[in-house]
Design a binder for this molecule. Structure first.
Ligand code: ACO
Length: 194
């Protein structure tokens, strides 16, 4: 999505984490007006990208909006082309958050796990399949210090399952009764802390 505001003045990096303060995690300004403008830009981006993501997934309601983020401890990673100074383009969104889940392993045993979950993931249609999804996902993995097989995925789309298979070799889904998908390595003991 195009933004008619100089994104470089708000976002210091091409990938930025947005917290429930509705500002970039590394944002600092003593000037109240600047904080207000930055928050307005973030709110607009979250809502518009949330709608685009929902459309791309055929969902009736967006999973991501500023309102939902504000009332949660989840966070959103945004991927930008910050342009040359006069505007910019938002290329992707990745929302993650911790949830307490009951998950079944291959033997049918139920485990209660506080898991980092992928809740929403979207790369703009005009730049899909050019490696940007992987760039954003890798950034999140590093920032959250987690391996992909340790994530629980909320209703993954077919495209996302193919993405996980291609980039991380994840294909052995362990079926769950809820909407989440985990892979067999999710239950590996040596993985538990990562
Ligand atoms: N058809 C089939 N596979 C696809 C497609 C597609 N249209 N798009 C991406 N993939 C998979 C393939 O494995 C592809 O590799 P290939 O091109 O060699 O076949 C790989 O992803 C490409 O990797 P990237 O370029 O890094 O991924 P991309 O930038 O396209 O981002 C994403 C992946 C986020 C799934 C993107 O395609 C997208 O936004 N899709 C629409 C929305 C969506 O389905 N989001 C996930 C919802 S589930 C959730 O959020 C929990």
């Amino acid at each position: 999505m195009n933004v008619n505001y100089p994104l470089r003045t708000i976002f210091k990096h091409d990938i930025t984490k947005i917290t429930n303060a509705l500002l970039p995690e590394d944002f600092t300004s003593a000037d109240k007006r600047t904080v207000r403008i930055a928050s307005d830009v973030v709110v607009n981006i979250l809502d518009e990208m949330g709608i685009l993501s929902a459309k791309a997934q055929d969902l009736q309601k967006p999973i991501t909006s500023w309102d939902k983020l504000r009332n949660s401890d989840h966070h959103v990673y945004l991927l930008f082309d910050r342009g040359d100074g006069s505007g910019g383009f938002v290329m992707g969104l990745l929302k993650v958050g911790r949830k307490n889940l009951y998950v079944f392993d291959l033997e049918g045993e139920c485990h209660e796990r506080d898991s980092l979950c992928v809740l929403d993931f979207y790369i703009h249609e005009s730049v899909q399949r050019t490696g940007l999804g992987r760039k954003l996902f890798e950034h999140m993995l590093e920032h959250e210090n987690i391996r992909p097989e340790r994530l629980a995925i909320d209703r993954p789309s077919h495209k996302f399952l193919l993405f996980l298979q291609k980039h991380y070799g994840l294909s052995d889904v362990v079926s769950q009764s809820n909407n989440f998908v985990v892979f067999t390595a999710f239950f590996d003991k040596y993985n538990r802390d990562h």
